[in-house]
Design a binder for this molecule. Structure first.
Ligand code: NOJ
Length: 538
């Protein structure tokens, strides 16, 4: 690329994930909303992020935190109105921050007008054809049509009173759409245009790897080479059409796919030329805290993605997984097994987890491509692992028969200020407490408490993002590994930048450098301690 053509923003953006229910509550009902988010735009500006990915804000009965959408062209009253969203988009743009909402094309809510019409219209009707309805198996059709299971536990099928069953890869309140139906394609392209017209800069695509199903709906077997509903090649046709929709609009609108693929090759297929722009790289998030594993993941991801001309993305936490400060707080961090929930055991050492989280932040932000920060990562928030059972809302808790506490522990409202709940999350005169209780100790982790404290996680992130923005070596590009002792990751970026992460048990004497740009902890006599990272000018 010539130096006169700047690289598109999404090739190197730092995107901050706003889990809107838990970010900032403007109206005092204990649930985060658009008004709260608007009031915190100056904070996000000063943090230095380029864009916000906002979890679903559409009208929803909230059976799965908004991932059960009843109307994609309306904002849920809990969060505000379409006019509020338009104002947010405009204000964010004035701060130089782009907005990427979530889009949920795999399923709708069971309260979506289409699904209600499908229930009313009866078997064999055109209304039912937009979803996946089937008769059951067995003499009276009392057995589900196949053996697929819901990601939240239990069968992926629910029977309705007239005897038919419908498919839901998630909760029963989230019926799967039939992507072989032209109405479904037309409707989603129209929804994309609706929001592009309102100024959004792109979309995060929920379950992007799940839309295409084998039309025969075969049972899952061990021998399957092509999975009947995950990561099938047909999904790419959908996204090629979506890419054309995005390209109709000015201003580099961009997609990021939530696609769980078995290999970096399969992931790269989503971001081939003419397809989506970027995809989350969950391999990095799933890696253990181990130098070999991390290096392999980094090398494989960069190789595969650069092979198709796409930038990498890096992510450590999100609203579905244990926060990484807690994940890394176990001495041995196991590699995450795909398709299984991560529920680590063993003693929790949060100081260790925090040291590693600081080092991981510097590693992630030095790698080529884009990076995602989940709200609260910049405060070093841990997972809240001891939420009382009676407050748990995630459908996983019920559907797992109370064996898996689900994802609420990473969704606890953000502490902004003060020493007591709601820690500035809601206004002082709020009429309801936060929708999930905050730990009493979170005053010391609040934005207010960390601001100006040079040793805090927040100031580490602020400085790292400022350097990343200003340093010509960071963002899009390539890396060159440097020789280093076992357990030390060291890579060079042109011009003049070296990132060193010490995952060994011994202090490491830094190579020659002209300056220490940033360090995750104290560097004495040029030695970086175990579990720390350093950015150097070389
Ligand atoms: C992935 C989302 O990130 C998760 O929160 C949601 O439950 C499922 N997709 C279903 O929409």
């Amino acid at each position: 690329m010539s130096s006169t053509t700047p690289s598109p923003w999404w090739r190197s953006a730092v995107i901050y994930q706003v889990y809107i229910r838990s970010f900032a509550d403007g109206d005092g009902d204990g649930v985060g909303d658009i008004a709260g988010l608007r009031s915190r735009l100056p904070y996000l500006k000063s943090l230095g992020v380029d864009a916000l990915w906002i979890n679903p804000w559409y009208k929803s009965p909230m059976a799965d935190g908004g991932y059960d959408v009843a109307d994609f062209r309306a904002i849920d009253p809990l969060f505000g109105t379409v006019a509020d969203a338009e104002q947010l988009i405009e204000e964010a743009h004035r701060h130089g921050i782009r907005i990427i909402p979530d889009i949920v094309p795999n399923h709708t809510s069971n309260e979506h007008a289409w699904f209600r019409a499908a229930l009313d219209a009866g078997p064999g009707s055109p209304e039912r054809a937009r979803y996946i309805f089937r008769p059951g198996r067995g003499p009276d059709g009392t057995q589900p049509p196949n053996n697929w299971v819901s990601c939240f536990g239990g069968p992926a099928w629910t029977r309705i009173p007239d005897g038919e069953w419908y498919l839901h890869l998630y909760a029963p309140e989230q019926p799967d759409l039939n992507w072989q139906h032209p109405d479904v394609h037309a409707e989603f392209e129209s929804i994309l245009r609706f929001w592009f017209d309102r100024g959004v800069d792109g979309f995060r695509i929920d379950v992007a790897h799940g839309l295409a199903k084998d039309p025969e709906l075969p049972d899952l077997t061990r021998e399957q080479i092509v999975h009947p509903h995950w990561d099938r090649d047909e999904v790419h046709d959908i996204y090629r059409a979506w890419r054309q929709v995005a390209d109709e609009f000015p201003g580099e609108r961009a997609f990021v796919a939530e696609a769980w693929a078995d290999t970096p090759e399969r992931l790269a297929a989503y971001v081939r030329p003419g397809g989506l722009h970027t995809a989350f790289n969950f391999d990095f998030l799933m890696a253990s805290w181990d130098p070999k594993d991390l290096r392999t993941v980094i090398d494989d991801s960069l190789a595969m993605l650069s092979g198709v001309g796409a930038p990498a993305t890096w992510v450590l936490s999100n609203h579905d997984v244990m926060r990484h400060a807690s994940r890394y707080a176990r001495r041995t961090v196991a590699r995450w097994v795909p398709n299984e929930r991560y529920q680590p055991e063993g003693p929790v050492d949060l100081e260790l987890g925090t040291r590693r989280a600081r080092a991981a932040a510097l590693l992630m932000l030095a790698l080529p491509g884009g990076a995602y920060i989940y709200q609260g990562d910049e405060l070093g928030l841990p997972e809240v692992e001891d939420l009382p059972e009676d407050v748990l809302e995630d459908p996983i808790w019920e559907r797992s028969g109370h064996t898996d506490r689900g994802r609420d522990g990473c969704r606890v409202p953000i502490p902004w200020s003060g020493q007591a709940e709601p820690f500035g999350f809601s206004p002082d005169d709020a009429y309801a407490g936060p929708w999930l209780p905050q730990p009493t100790s979170w005053g010391e982790r609040s934005v207010e408490a960390q601001t100006g404290d040079e040793t805090s996680m927040l100031e580490l992130y602020r400085t790292a993002l400022r350097l990343r923005r200003d340093h010509p070596a960071l963002g899009d590009g390539t890396i060159t590994w440097q020789d280093a002792p076992a357990g030390v990751l060291a890579f060079h970026r042109e011009p003049g930048f070296l990132c060193v992460v010490n995952l060994s048990d011994d202090a490491y004497q830094l190579p020659e450098h002209t300056a220490i740009l940033l360090a995750s902890g104290p560097v004495a006599d040029g030695r970086v301690e175990p579990e720390h990272a350093v950015w150097l000018a070389v």
